[in-house]
Design a protein around this ligand. Structure first.
Ligand SMILES: NC(=O)c1ccc[n+]([C@@H]2O[C@H](COP(=O)([O-])OP(=O)(O)OC[C@H]3O[C@@H](n4cnc5c(N)ncnc54)[C@H](OP(=O)(O)O)[C@@H]3O)[C@@H](O)[C@H]2O)c1
Length: 331
């Protein structure tokens, strides 16, 4: 194998992080049973934190970025995969402690690899990526805890982000009434188009003044932002409501009381796509190619070239991105 292109994230002696397009030799690939020719990767908020150093989440420098990848098996020492199989791999240590998807080749442990599910092509799998897997995990966790369309509306925070937009589309097609909580008034039409029946603007609510119990509004919630917004979500849940806590785009802190939990029986469910069991991942990916496949997936995906990658992260840190960004790795 010739030297191949990769986005390598490094840290200097002053602990300054930089991400540079470079070439690596095959000997620099990490260990693993499956060698993959990468066709597509994607950008998640976590990738932007890693590549810019805005979040100290890389556990091993240098590291090829990219927590998601989709491609074709070139070699496999594991009987579950053979050359030519289309596969995906997301999270685990990818892009933070093991070379990730921003490279023409990746060698990964077989445990991290999932056969491309029926109903998806490689680009669609990356349009979903970790964001789609996480949105679906949140919905599955809520359903496993009793959420059903008849229970009432589901609110999605960080609505125009990758996880948020995918969650709205999935929930709407499952028959849920969906409310989108967003900071972007200009994206009302987009949010309605993908399935939101109600738009709640962040500017309309004084989150920091909310009491720990407010009027009951939501049967379910997908929260991507944390902080005072998650506290408000908890305060506005209906009796026996379920909240999937997914992200901290606003704040990692959560200051509230136990009242929503003990007086309304609200369940606060944690979602960790990074190390979800292989069995759960398989179950959720199978559904992502079937009943959870977003109807508007092809519409809210932007595909960028490998060379555009270094300049694409800032918008994620600034919170100005909309939908999903797929990176075309295969020339
Ligand atoms: N638990 C897991 O396994 C897991 C997996 C994937 C992602 N995540 C986390 O989930 C969150 C969303 O990920 P993503 O990939 O969808 O990110 P993203 O595409 O960057 O979207 C985040 C969205 O949050 C909103 N937002 C940004 N800054 C905000 C602020 N200061 N206050 C309130 N809202 C803000 C914005 O939407 P609006 O303008 O529409 O409000 C933004 O588009 C991130 O925190 C990410 O780290 C967790």
């Amino acid at each position: 194998m010739e030297a191949f292109k990769a986005l390598l994230i490094e840290q200097d002696d002053a602990r300054k992080v930089s991400a540079t397009l470079t070439r690596l030799a095959s000997a620099q690939l990490d260990a693993g049973e499956v060698l993959i020719k990468v066709h597509f990767s994607s950008i998640n908020y976590k990738d932007a934190l890693a590549a810019t150093g805005a979040g100290k989440i890389i556990r091993r420098f240098p590291c090829v970025g990219g927590i998601d990848l989709a491609g074709e098996v070139l070699e496999s020492a594991d009987a579950r995969f053979k050359a030519g199989d289309p596969v995906i791999a997301t999270s685990y240590d990818l892009g933070v402690a093991h070379h990730g998807g921003y490279a023409e080749y990746a060698r990964v442990p077989a445990e991290w690899v999932i056969a491309l599910p029926a109903g998806l092509d490689l680009l669609q799998a990356m349009a979903l990526g970790t964001a789609g897997l996480t949105a679906a995990l949140g919905i599955v966790r809520m359903e496993d805890n009793g959420l059903a369309p008849a229970n009432g509306p589901v609110v999605v925070t960080g609505a125009t982000g990758g996880v948020g937009a995918l969650a709205i589309d999935m929930l709407a097609q499952l028959g849920y009434e969906v409310a989108a909580l967003t900071g972007k008034a200009q994206e009302r039409d987009f949010l309605r188009h993908i399935g939101a029946g109600e738009i709640v603007l962040r500017s309309e609510i004084e989150f920091d003044k909310a009491r720990s119990l407010e009027s009951e509004r939501w049967a379910g919630a997908v929260d991507n932002v944390g902080g005072v917004i998650l506290a408000w979500v908890l305060a506005t849940m209906k009796r026996a409501g379920t909240v999937a806590s997914i992200g901290n785009a606003a704040d990692f802190k959560l200051a509230t009381t136990v009242f929503p939990l003990i007086l309304r029986g609200v369940s606060l469910l944690g979602v960790d796509s990074g190390y979800a069991s292989a069995a759960l991942r398989q179950r959720v990916w199978t559904r992502l190619g079937a009943d959870l496949k977003p109807r508007h997936l092809d519409e809210f995906v932007r595909v960028i070239g490998f060379d555009e990658l270094p300049g694409a992260f800032a918008a994620f840190i600034e919170g100005t991105v909309k939908g999903r960004t797929v990176v075309r790795i295969l020339g």
